[in-house]
Design a binder for this molecule. Structure first.
Ligand code: F2R
Ligand code: MG
Ligand code: MG
Length: 347
């Protein structure tokens, strides 16, 4: 059963990963020294870091949470409207280059099928970016039933990402947060086996097989990456370079969601390269940033999974104080937690 501390932890640490990770987004190499310097500047009030602003990752996750709460369940029209409205109110949050077209079309009052703009992307192939996955955590909190988490994370992602390599990344991220909320990370090998079992089914469908074939990926691309994670977990030493070459650190969901999951698993124990004083959420976010690439999004996703496991009480106040949108995340988590325990949400 989910604890409220875990729910708070998930949404708050997701926001922290986004805000703190924004510093290095797109950097090819990020020395751990620079990461630790950035993180220690958050503790130092005299340095006046100011408020670190959240990006598209959090902007869209807020829309998901608000929509699930207001509609007490998944309503694609309401969620689409919120994405469009948020984008037009704050277009400079660092959105993906392609998704902007979808968000503009979603604001049209003439639009009947809210899934159509996403289907039109990339010559009809749809986006495989990680924009569906980066905002998936609220689905994990809202629905007690795993099949609902999968179904609604999929539909919520389809509003912008119609390629299975995009929306299945969202399904995987929501599953990882959901299982973590229930304490599944206490047994890391079982956690990864469970994700493989679920994704075997998810990636077994016709559309997923077709997309994987067209994009020349493995038959079940996310399952294949989860197997790679299992192999890496069993190794005594793994370098950052190996993680990047095996799992990736890019903007595609396939090159970032499994990476985020690995970051969490790798940081379950203290690591030599990280300060001993760090708790689990701190280790996970620091390690995610050191991979470089899509750091705000990988840290946001890893943060949500780790925050669900360790809970809000392990997160330093100095980090919480300097990130935009943390109070709201805290409130959304509490309200989603209450809904989860009240009655099953429907679609
Ligand atoms: N966009 C960024 N970061 C780069 C610039 C931000 C900078 N701070 C600035 O403002 O200048 N970050 C955010 O984007 C990622 C999520 O992107 P999303 O929502 O998936 O967008 P999109 O456009 O759908 O996909 C991203 C790119 O992936 C490539 N791509 C996707 N599908 C493709 C396909 N079928 N064929 C070919 N390419 C495809 C394209 O290059 C897309 O533009 C997060 O990192 C978030 O933080
Ligand atoms: Mg971003
Ligand atoms: Mg990003």
């Amino acid at each position: 059963l989910m604890e409220v501390f875990s729910a708070w932890g998930a949404l708050v640490a997701g926001v922290l990963g986004d805000c703190i990770g924004g510093e290095f987004e797109g950097a090819e190499e990020v020395p751990m020294e620079s990461v630790l310097q950035h993180l220690s500047s958050l503790d130092d009030e005299t340095k006046g870091t100011g408020i670190l602003e959240y990006s598209d990752d959090t902007a869209m996750a807020r829309c998901v949470a608000q929509s699930l709460l207001t509609r007490t369940g998944f309503d694609e029209h309401d969620m689409a409207r919120r994405f469009a409205k948020e984008y037009s109110a704050s277009p400079h949050r660092g959105y993906g280059a392609g998704v902007i077209q979808v968000l503009k079309k979603l604001s049209s009052p003439q639009l009947n099928d809210v899934y159509q703009p996403a289907r039109d992307q990339f010559n009809g192939r749809g986006s495989f970016g990680n924009g569906g996955a980066m905002r998936a955590a609220p689905f994990a909190l809202a629905f007690p039933d795993l099949s609902d988490v999968k179904r609604f994370a999929h539909l919520g992602a389809m509003l912008t990402h119609s390629c299975s390599l995009g929306y299945n990344g969202a399904v995987l991220q929501a599953l990882a947060v959901h299982l973590s909320l229930q304490g599944a990370l206490d047994l890391p090998h079982q956690f990864i086996s469970r994700l493989i079992k679920e994704m075997e089914e998810v990636e077994g469908d016709e559309a997923a097989r077709n997309d994987a074939r067209i994009l020349k990926e493995a038959e079940k691309p996310f399952c294949e990456r989860l197997h790679r994670i299992r192999d890496l977990m069993d190794r005594s030493k793994v370098s950052i370079e190996e993680v990047i070459s095996e799992l990736g650190n890019g903007i595609a969901a396939l090159h970032s969601v499994p990476t985020a999951i690995f970051c969490v698993l790798h940081c379950l124990q203290p690591r030599e390269c990280l300060p001993e004083s760090y708790g689990g959420v701190e280790r996970t976010i620091a390690y995610s940033l050191a991979l470089g690439g899509d750091t705000d999004t990988i840290a946001c996703m890893a943060g949500a999974i780790a925050g669900a496991h360790y809970g809000i009480e392990t997160i330093p106040l100095s980090w919480i104080r300097c990130c935009e949108g943390v109070e709201d995340a805290d409130q959304y988590a509490e309200r989603l937690y209450k809904l989860y325990h009240q009655s099953p949400l429907g679609g």
